[in-house]
Design a protein around this ligand. Structure first.
Ligand code: FAD
Ligand code: SIN
Length: 534
């Protein structure tokens, strides 16, 4: 058993930002299941929303966030995160993040930041580093973490489960005490003990067949928190990004909303713009509206995709503002300075998550959650573009302040030593095919039955099938030696179940949850959907 003052699960923007601050107060372990840079953060394109210009204001950013959130945001949380933004941005810049600047105007001596625009924003307020903002942030934070002697990085280590008092047999109180972690290389399971366990484990895009998320986004942190008895909220609100490149060899490559922010138009196969039928804000309506409009157009015309066209803008501007998108599309034979880009919606972001307060504290003592895994109340029923990176840095800061100031209860209340992991040594290679089959089945089932447009019947069908899959997977978990694949599959099945459960509880359409059986909003459901394992 190893002890640390802080154990952080995840090395995206949330985990790394927290680690750098926590290291001023004690020893820190970062557990990350792949290579250290692999995370949703690394792929973020558009940028980070923050009020920095004289034409903008905190109140406008608050209003845009509340509008996108469709009545479910916590206004106090929104206001506090938005107002804390500039201080956290300054820290990112001090850590070495470079945001693009505008060309100096005549007579000006200080360059201003170049601000992008995205759907739902009434002003230009997105700080960015060309179209690879996430990579720029991730690399700068990793450089800083790499030279910090207080921080131990456990790469290729996957967190399996949280250790709680309740799981150890205590009935009168509960608290998170540590976490079991599988070292992929050796197959050994480590026991990490800490009074401050923080989930910064990102989202769950991989639960859907088509997603913008990388392979690590399997909802592990959420599933662990659920099994540990923490409260989970609003998992029905899965955000589908409207414009993912549609090409058989492209995997899931995002075409940033910033492209629409610079004037790109959505058109059908005949070259006709269609957004006017759906929202007066056209291509810059909030994401839920644009994704549903594309879905409706594809269903109406039977087309496999729609197109995003920025070819009317000067080629040099397009190439320099979106170099990554330009190069990637060119690899697939699409010159975006001349050709429209084939696009489809894909699962992108979980707006719900582990329910926390405005400092990242979950309902389980000793456990915090920050970044995409958490549900703070900022996003409500639909996240405003580029508010996610902002939330992650703001919450990392607050979480550190709170944890560093907390007095840790006396250890006599619970065991100091935690039991070692007991592993099953059986391993039947023949059965691996079942793991891959179940994995594919969950992702397809979620895409077909729990997608952009839902019905109660389809949700119920998904619930029944998921229950069977969950018990099959649970049997594997107990009877075979654990691997990363098996752990991820178990977590995917849990998260899929939670999305369906939450969706069935919401008998209305709001934000990202749209069901044909209840097509309107209903005031009775203007509240969070909260679920918890008994
Ligand atoms: P992540 O960056 O996803 O990091 C999670 C970490 O946890 C990873 O290191 C992962 O390996 C690790 N992990 C997970 N499970 C385990 C486990 N069991 N054990 C150990 N480690 C584990 N948002 C914006 O605001 N602006 C944008 O422009 C933007 N663009 C995006 C573009 C794309 C293509 C994608 C996919 C997302 C984008 N988002 C954007 C969303 C944003 O990138 C994410 O919400 C944000 O980066 C999440 O940060 P995080 O630190 O919470 O999680
Ligand atoms: C994008 O660049 O379109 C993604 C922005 C986001 O998800 O916030």
């Amino acid at each position: 058993m190893k002890r640390f003052d802080f154990v952080i699960i995840g090395s995206g923007i949330a985990g790394l930002s927290l680690a750098l601050k926590a290291a001023r107060h004690g020893t820190v372990a970062i557990v990350t299941k792949g290579a250290r840079a692999e995370s949703n953060t690394r792929y973020a394109q558009g940028g980070i929303a923050c009020v920095t210009s004289a034409e903008d204001s905190f109140e406008l950013h608050v209003a845009d966030t509340l509008d996108a959130g469709a009545g479910l945001c916590d206004e106090d949380v929104v206001r506090s995160i938005v107002t804390d933004g500039p201080a956290r941005i300054r820290e990112l810049i001090e850590a070495g993040v470079h945001f693009d600047e505008r060309e100096l105007e005549q007579g000006a001596s200080v360059a201003e930041l170049d601000l992008g625009r995205e759907g739902g924003h009434s002003r230009r307020r997105i700080l960015h580093s060309r179209d690879v903002t996430g990579r720029e942030i991730e690399e700068a934070l990793l450089r800083a973490v790499g030279v910090n002697p207080e921080i131990v990085m456990l790469e290729n280590h996957i967190a399996i489960d949280l250790i709680t008092l309740r799981k150890l047999g205590h009935v009168s109180a509960d608290r998170c005490l540590g976490v079991y972690v599988l070292d992929e290389a050796s197959g050994n399971v480590l026991t990490l003990r800490s009074d401050r366990i923080v989930l910064a484990s990102g989202g769950c895009g991989k639960v859907y067949l088509y997603t913008t998320n990388p392979a690590v986004a399997t909802g592990d942190g959420l599933a662990m928190a659920w099994r540990a008895g923490a409260r989970i909220a609003n998992m029905e609100f899965i955000q589908f990004h409207p414009t993912c490149l549609y090409h058989p060899d492209a995997g899931s490559f995002l075409v940033s909303e910033a492209v629409r922010g610079e004037g790109a138009r959505l058109i059908d196969a005949k070259g006709l713009q269609f957004m006017a039928k759906y929202d007066p804000r056209l291509e810059l309506a909030p994401r839920d509206i644009v994704a549903r409009a594309i879905d409706a157009e594809m269903k109406r015309t039977g087309a496999k995709c729609v197109y995003l066209d920025i070819s009317h803008k000067p080629a040099e501007f397009v190439r320099s503002r979106f170099p990554n998108i330009y190069e990637t599309c060119l690899k697939y034979g699409i010159d975006i300075t001349r050709d429209p880009i084939p696009v489809v919606p894909a699962a992108h972001y979980q707006c719900g998550g582990v329910l926390t307060d405005a400092n990242g504290s979950s309902s389980l003592a000793g456990l915090s959650a920050i970044g995409e895994v958490a549900c703070t109340g900022l996003h409500g029923a639909n996240r405003l573009a580029s508010n996610s990176l902002l939330e992650a840095v703001v919450l990392a800061h607050r979480c550190c302040e709170i944890l560093a100031a907390q007095s840790v209860p006396s250890e006599s209340a619970w065991p100091v030593e935690l039991p070692e992991w007991v592993s099953s040594e059986m391993h039947d290679v023949d059965e691996l095919v079942v793991i891959y089959h179940n994995w594919d089945e969950i992702r397809r089932l979620m895409w077909d039955y729990v997608g952009i447009v839902r019905t109660t019947k389809r949700l119920q069908r998904a619930a029944t099938r998921l229950r069977n899959l969950q018990s099959e997977i649970q049997e594997f978990y107990w009877n075979f030696k654990i691997t990363t694949d098996l752990l991820e599959l178990r977590n995917l099945a849990t998260v899929a179940g939670l999305i369906v459960d939450c969706a069935l509880l919401r008998k209305e359409s709001r934000g990202l949850h749209f069901t044909l059986d209840y097509p309107g909003t209903n005031e009775r459901f203007r509240r969070n959907t909260i679920v918890q394992l008994n």
